[in-house]
Write a protein that binds this ligand. Sequence first.
Ligand code: MLT
Length: 404
Amino acid sequence: MFQINENYLKLPGSYLFSTIGKKVNAYAAAHPDAKIIRLGIGDVTQPLAPAIIEALHKAVDEMGAAETFRGYAPDLGYEFLRSTIAEYDYKARGCHVEADEIFISDGAKSDSGNIQEIFGTGNRIAVCDPVYPVYVDSNVMAGRTGTYDPDKETWSDVIYMPCVAENGFAPELPKETPDMIYLCFPNNPTGATITKAQLQEWVDYANKVGAVIIYDAAYEAYISEADVPHSIYECEGARTCAIELRSFSKNAGFTGVRLGFTVVPRDLKCGDVALHGLWARRHGTKFNGAPYIVQRAGEAVYSEAGKAQLKQQVAYYMNNARYILTGLREAGYTVSGGVNAPYIWLKAPKGMTSWEFFDYLLETVHVVGTPGAGFGPSGETYFRLTAFGSYENTVEAVERIKNI
Ligand code: MLT
């Protein structure tokens, strides 16, 4: 008789955004007249920029002609995209990342879930609390997290680093020593950031204790302040301790197109073993590459026209962020985030839990957000709103909340 991976049975409930989706769909079915505004999952709403559409069309035409048709993509991704990324995302910021240290993928969600595969199951992970659930859930599936305490909503073998108002939603170096440290800045879900000096402390710490940092920089395009790093490789010593995850979903609206990449520097080693080789082996075995047409679209993100158009798109969402931030503040809410990130993190009012506030907002004003508890115990009394809606819906949602 076959056996299953019993670690899956340890996972409480379904994936956060699936749970929310089901709840909202059930509410919508029962209340067909309710005009629901969805500011829950961080899904973009603006159409793809013209430069990207143009690149897609061109690549589609190439696929229709024998001379320019492409089959399987190279394991790591097409050279034209990897060298463009190395040039614009790294070299231009003074970071040392080579094109062959960049692995193109179908997005940061898959990479953030899959990257743990190249590490031993005995490794201890440290995560921010609240945290993007994929980091923890993928380690649960791998059997790395111990037992679940349903009262505390924590795993026995996970080191939680509370990110709360008192520490400016920035994690402090943990008391116990982790082997793998997940960091995401600008942060999902709190929208908080840390400065380059703060990130340097993490890099120094990881190098000192022999830990690896898995750095999720999916939201770097939303940074507006000068001392906030766009990449962990801006820090000295990061090449020997950090892997960086990047996404095209939020900076270029690719949530439905799918494209991302992971940087594994050749200097990152466990003893004599370079993690680059392990990830290359994993990638080559389990992944057949992002589509050619999508990689061409990704290249267009870095063209002069693409950059100008996407700057406007990011500004559009950040205008929404500002609107939510100021509107809710005026209405008396305690609000943060939204300055270097498209997420606004607010305290649920009147002592409500985050799920109570979720139900309350859905039922009274038909606005959907994400309950902080879904991201971890320190999110229990918080709530996340995304700035990725349309401007009209954002304004309408804020007005409805203000008028409660
Ligand atoms: C979120 O809403 O936290 C993210 O958009 C979900 C994701 O990127 O997978």
